[in-house]
Design a protein around this ligand. Structure first.
Ligand code: GAL
Length: 419
């Protein structure tokens, strides 16, 4: 019923919008708190959405609550405290997949958005595979605002030319050119704080295992202690030899800066790096910087999707629904994503609004084999991810592949992976 009331208001708004070519304001009032980790130079895309929301709903006081820290490492901890303390925001950022389903939906903390999806026609514009990541048999639990790609290697073409190397197609190629780069005083691969090691690990794992066996790890049909499982850690350890010693103290943006400044040759990072390079640093994709699939993953699109959900007990329900309607809309999505480095989750987005990087990502999203990200919530629940961060800490010190594989198998069982 409540959805219906809002629909009529929105339809009237859209009709008038078409008639007058301006944004029509409605009568919503009160607060609206959105919670995310898009702070500082991660913020411009979110701010573009907020500008539209404010224009549509001038009576609403939108509170943009952010907790800084890449991949939500700090925000997720704060969110947990708030949710457990009965103080949820009106809407919060959460990755599609197990971070949503295996954590908040499992704990019965989210409202079912199926009627909203039906009402907005979203079942026809979001890919079925993505809707599946947001769903259980009992409902659909969040609204996707984008598709990000995790397995991207970034570099500066003029620097590679100067150093006489080409972007490696495999990790074996990388290990072959890394000593040459080192001899020239160039760091082969820039790394940042712990979660970026998890991020790199997933790209390495998919290159060693291939996308099918990667999925088997999460279905519980391939053991972390299998020969292939141990081989992933072995390869990862060899690559780590060519990363910076001060990684733990750097943000992902600082690791990207090392590539831009010519101190490092490559960086494996999700395509929010394209947002940073272009929206924040003003660089032109394909000219000032370029990219390829991270080594050994050409033809695979390792995806993740940022979404926003409606927690049960959200204080400002109608304002939150209006926020979700904006996120899922074509106009909202096409305002947000060109600044973010991601592509729209909708199949009808206007690609002419996107730059060369995003257009190439959109083509790969259509043509590649899709795999789910571990570091960004698709394939494993938060319990596993938190434990995996500890395994990673251990490996960064011990560099013992068998020990890390054994530990992964143990935490997979503890967190019911594949069950
Ligand atoms: C990811 C998130 C991206 C970006 C990135 C770096 O988890 O999905 O949108 O914010 O972290 O913080």
């Amino acid at each position: 019923m409540r959805f219906k009331r809002l629909t009529i208001a929105v339809l009237v708004g859209i009709g008038l919008l078409a008639a007058f070519g301006t944004v029509m304001a409605d009568n919503l009032t009160g607060d609206m708190e959105i919670f995310s980790w898009w702070a500082g130079d991660e913020g411009p895309a979110l701010e573009a959405l907020i500008d539209i929301y404010n224009a549509q709903h001038p009576g609403v006081n939108l509170i943009n609550a952010t907790v800084t820290g890449g991949s939500g490492v700090n925000a997720k901890a704060v969110l947990k405290t708030r949710m457990l303390g009965g103080n949820p925001p009106d809407s919060f950022q959460v990755h599609a997949g197990q971070e949503l389903i295996g954590t908040w939906v499992k704990a019965d903390r989210m409202e079912d958005l199926t009627s909203l999806f039906q009402q907005e026609g979203w079942m026809d514009v979001f890919p079925a595979g993505l809707v599946k990541l947001l769903s259980t048999d009992a409902g659909i639990w969040s609204v996707p605002v984008n598709i990000h790609r995790s397995n991207v290697m970034w570099y500066i073409p003029t620097n590679l030319e100067k150093w006489g190397v080409e972007a490696p197609k495999t990790w074996a190629d990388f290990l072959a050119i890394a000593p040459q780069l080192k001899a020239k005083g160039v760091l082969p691969l820039a790394l940042a704080t712990n979660w970026t090691a998890n991020h790199l690990w997933e790209s390495v794992a998919i290159s060693v295992l291939g996308p099918e066996k990667w999925q088997e790890l999460w279905d519980g049909t391939l053991s972390f202690t299998s020969l292939e499982g141990v081989a992933v850690w072995d390869m990862f350890g060899r690559i780590l030899q060519y990363t910076n010693d001060d990684a733990a103290s750097l943000s992902w943006q600082q690791a990207t800066d090392m590539v831009v400044n010519g101190n490092a040759a490559f960086n494996v990072m999700g395509d929010w790096a394209a947002g940073y390079l272009t929206t924040t640093l003003g660089l032109t994709p394909g000219v000032d910087y370029t990219w390829s699939a991270s080594p050994g993953t050409d033809g695979v699109f390792v995806m993740l999707s940022d979404s926003f959900g409606l927690p049960t007990g959200a204080p400002n329900w109608e304002n939150a629904i209006a926020w979700l309607q904006l996120l899922g809309s074509k106009a909202g999505s096409d305002a947000f994503n060109p600044l973010k480095g991601s592509i729209s989750a909708r199949t009808d987005s206007d690609l002419s609004l996107y730059n060369a990087y995003s257009q190439s990502a959109a083509a790969d999203w259509q043509n590649d084999v899709v795999a789910g990200s571990l570091a960004h919530g698709v394939v494993a629940n938060e319990g596993f991810m938190n434990d995996f961060a500890t395994v990673m800490e251990m490996f960064l010190t011990s560099k013992d592949p068998q020990q890390a594989a054994n530990a992964c198998e143990a935490i997979a069982r503890q967190n019911a992976i594949g069950e």
